[in-house]
Design a protein around this ligand. Structure first.
Ligand code: FE2
Length: 303
């Protein structure tokens, strides 16, 4: 419906002009930034942030609520709890960044979210050793080969692995400084790797903080399908951050952080007793999975 001439329409126009003037002034305040990239990022951020506020006609009470949310996220964050990565994950920003910065390359292993549970300086584990280090769960033999997209094996690749135990918790979520369910291995001269760990279990992302409140308010669940994290680093190759997911998991189609890609869903074969691939005799249930980690050479420039 058209506003009467000379009243509402000009008022709305004046409002738009006033609002745009604020935005323009802030954008211009970054004109003198030394780094062109910093200027580009910040000016775009301001443009979109202001556009978002205008779009929803953000109230001051809502703005205060947002500040309180971010303050709570800061207070709960420390070197073992990373609420901001969780926030980025549940908003899909982490996966979008993966899509933008680590695009799929033909034949290469796909990337997915880093998540909040990586810890630097994980213990070195010998090939064939046990990453579980006391983490509860069904023993799981994990093996494969690290190679380049051209098929050449990558020797000496640093492979960080980390996962939750069968109760759905990472070591850093327990009291104390125990390290379990994480380790660092190096691929052999033929690129192969192998280790014992535990069969991954589905788990809820930590939901006792502000991100949990966000999920509850949205009517969303906190569960992630069972997975094992990998980060693979090798000279001359792009670092690969990924997981493998357990085929058949009930949460594959509703991962709280949107991290599932079909190529990363693999069969974990359940076994009972018998001789494991490393020659050890097993007397209970165990599992095995094979997954090759295919890296992209660094010199392959992105589009
Ligand atoms: Fe995880």
């Amino acid at each position: 419906m058209n506003a009467p001439q000379g009243t509402a329409a000009p008022e709305a126009e004046q409002r738009d002009v006033r609002e745009q003037a604020v935005t323009d002034e802030v954008i211009a305040s970054f004109d003198g930034a030394e780094s062109g990239r910093y200027r580009e990022v910040m000016q775009s951020l301001v443009r979109h942030l202001h556009g978002f506020a205008r779009d929803v006609r953000l109230t001051q009470a809502e703005w205060q609520r947002a500040i309180a949310f971010l303050t709570a996220a800061g207070h709960i964050t420390d070197d073992r709890r990373q609420e901001f990565i969780l926030l980025s994950d549940v908003l899909g920003l982490s996966m979008l960044t993966v899509a933008l910065d680590a695009p799929a390359a033909d034949g290469a292993t796909e990337s997915t979210v880093f998540g909040p549970f990586f810890v630097a300086d994980a213990p070195e584990i010998q090939l064939g050793g046990d990453v579980a280090q006391g983490a509860k769960g069904v023993p799981c033999w994990v093996s494969g080969q690290v190679r380049s997209v051209d098929g050449v094996p990558v020797a000496g690749a640093v492979i960080d692995v980390w996962e939750a135990d069968e109760d759905g918790f990472y070591d850093v979520q327990y009291e104390g400084k125990r390290t379990a369910g994480r380790g660092r291995l190096r691929s052999a001269t033929d690129g192969r790797y192998r280790f014992w760990s535990v069969l991954p279990s589905p788990y809820p992302i930590p939901y006792d903080g502000p991100v949990g409140e966000l999920l509850t308010a949205a009517g969303r669940g906190p569960m992630r399908p069972a997975h094992l994290h990998f980060m693979v680093t090798a000279p001359g190759h792009r670092t690969l951050v990924t997981h493998i997911f357990v085929a058949g998991d009930e949460y594959l189609d509703r991962d709280a952080v949107f991290g599932v890609k079909d190529s990363l869903v693999v069969e974990f074969t359940r076994r009972t007793g018998g001789t494991a691939p490393d020659g050890s005799e097993r007397d209970g249930g165990w599992a095995e999975v094979r997954f090759d980690l295919v890296l992209v050479p660094e010199h392959e420039d992105r589009e």
